[in-house]
Design a protein around this ligand. Structure first.
Ligand SMILES: Nc1ncnc2c1ncn2[C@@H]1O[C@H](COP(=O)(O)OP(=O)(O)O)[C@@H](O)[C@H]1O
Ligand SMILES: [Mg+2]
Length: 494
């Protein structure tokens, strides 16, 4: 007999539907899977066989062929196990095929018949809705992620033994509750940062406008501490952004089931492919995992040059395109870059009499700083050791107060540029429409001459000034806003 079920395989961050056709014929007992399965899919035979037998189902001692369509799509991973087992049960008459119609399945099987979570549950659930499935049946651990998808029934099971409920006309499993969004209050709080008024200001402007930020200062001055607190001052994700972020985290197996802004801090040994995505089969990189959140590059100068170079394009466009054998694929990568660096190789800084770095070493180090990414970084802030008095004093301002100002500024940006687009994302034509007071314009022209600004730097300063004005609640960009923006780019040398 022939039976058919629906499942999915992941390609990049997309779930592609797979039809699982199972045919049982007379003949010598065998179990074949065809249709471009990878090694994990081929091994499904052993898992399905053991799982069925160990949960008391009959495993047909006949010739079994499973075909995965479309035949030209590579099927990867163990997520097809559950659909293969269900199809086999329908083809052997253990389950009524008509009751399975319209249901999609995804899950890995353990030998005792329990189901294990899969990567990409949300992407698969959305794909099931798109191909007009009635619902999807998944492992219990995937429930909160899958239930984020609106407009489709989600059921979760712990074991394939529960599939027996199809016999009585019921649908097996439970309806899971969706993952709860996490509020900024439960994240590490900016109140822990003592002193450092300049750094605080830079963080607030970066968070409000989505501007990239480089902190340059000696070790132990609080750079890493501050960076880890930036997600808590960002406004909460909008509901469509929660879905986007959860979809990516789910596909990459990074799903914390917490609907919060991502914070990714890859180690400086990361490869270019690890950072921006790639490899074979192509996998999303850190910048895609940081989509709608923060990418923190600590010890910026230690990163490999090719990895930093690879960041240039995504920093401009908010997405990354990865070459593949059969064309290019574009992945989302709209993140705020936060970086930290020491002022010189020993970390003390040239002005410090104890700095032992040779002038050549300092020059090389500064070359790295000003090379790869300097023209893509909006704000450069010099950090010094915190004032002893501030360190001995009380807490700094807490994140919720900063977040309130950031959110108010973002609201002004939303009215001007549309949802999810802070000033850093403004296009050339949008920048040219920013309202500028005459003396602010004069100051910009003067700075352009004296600093010999590139066209790109010019626009960056305008975006930055726009954010300073938005934080100030001002319609036009005034002279003091522009001066503030120039100040925030001071260490860039541009
Ligand atoms: N400004 C500061 N406010 C509060 N604690 C600080 C500050 N600067 C440093 N510290 C303390 O020193 C530790 C190391 O700081 P860290 O952020 O790692 O410095 P850096 O990244 O600049 O080398 C922090 O965990 C914190 O305990
Ligand atoms: Mg550090």
């Amino acid at each position: 007999m022939l039976a058919e079920t629906t499942s999915f395989t992941l390609e990049g961050i997309t779930a592609r539907p797979v039809k699982v056709e199972v045919d049982i014929h007379r003949g010598l007992p065998s179990f074949q899977i065809v249709g471009l399965p990878d090694a994990a899919v081929r091994e499904a035979r052993e898992r399905v066989r053991a799982a069925l037998v160990n949960t008391g189902f009959e495993f047909p001692l006949r010739r079994i062929t499973a075909n995965l369509a479309p035949a030209d799509l590579r099927k990867a991973g163990p997520g097809l196990d559950l659909a293969l087992a269900t199809g086999l049960l329908a083809a052997s008459g253990e389950l009524p095929p008509d009751r399975l119609t319209g249901w999609a399945f995804a899950g890995e099987l353990a030998l005792d018949g329990s189901v294990r979570p899969v990567r990409g549950a949300l992407a698969m659930t959305e794909a099931a809705r798109e191909c007009s499935c009635r619902g999807i049946i998944l492992p219990a651990a995937n429930g909160p992620e899958a239930a984020l998808a609106p407009g489709i029934e989600v059921r979760t099971i712990d074991s394939i033994a529960e599939l027996r409920q199809f016999r009585g006309g019921d649908v097996p499993g439970h309806r899971p509750e969706p993952a709860e969004p996490v509020s900024g209050d439960s994240l590490p709080d900016l109140r822990d940062l003592r002193g450092q008024a300049n750094l605080r200001r830079a963080i607030e402007v970066a968070a409000a406008g989505g501007h990239s930020l480089l902190m340059v200062g000696p070790p132990g001055s609080g750079k890493s501490l501050a960076a880890r607190r930036i997600p808590s001052v960002l406004p909460p994700l909008a509901s469509d952004e929660i879905l986007e972020v959860a979809r990516i985290a789910g596909v990459c197996g990074a799903g914390s089931l917490r609907a919060e802004r991502p914070f990714r801090a890859p180690h400086h040994t990361v490869s270019a492919a690890g950072l921006v995505g790639g490899g074979s089969p192509p996998r999303p990189g850190e910048i895609t995992l940081a989509h709608r959140g923060v990418l923190f590059l600590d010890e910026l100068c230690e990163f490999r040059r090719p990895a930093l170079e690879a960041l240039r394009e995504p920093l401009e466009s908010g997405e990354v395109s990865i070459s593949r054998v059969n064309g290019r694929r574009t992945l989302p990568a709209d993140f705020t870059l936060i970086a930290a660096a020491n002022p010189c190789p020993c970390g003390r800084g040239e002005e410090d009499p104890e700095c032992e770095c040779s002038p050549a070493a300092v020059a090389r180090y500064k070359g790295t700083l000003s090379g790869a990414l300097a023209d893509r970084i909006d704000i450069i802030v010099g950090v010094t050791q915190p004032d002893p008095e501030a360190m001995a004093g009380g807490d700094g301002e807490c994140s919720s107060a900063v977040r309130a100002r950031v959110s108010a500024a973002r609201e002004r940006m939303r009215e001007r540029l549309g949802a999810g687009r802070p000033n850093a994302a403004a296009t050339r034509s949008e920048v040219s429409q920013f309202e500028l007071e005459a003396c602010a314009r004069d100051l910009l022209v003067e700075a352009g001459r004296s600093r010999r600004l590139s066209g790109r730097s010019h626009d960056r300063i305008l975006r930055l000034a726009r954010t300073v004005a938005d934080l100030d609640g001002s319609g036009p960009v005034r002279e003091d806003h522009l001066a503030g923006a120039l100040q925030l780019r001071r260490r860039s040398g541009s």
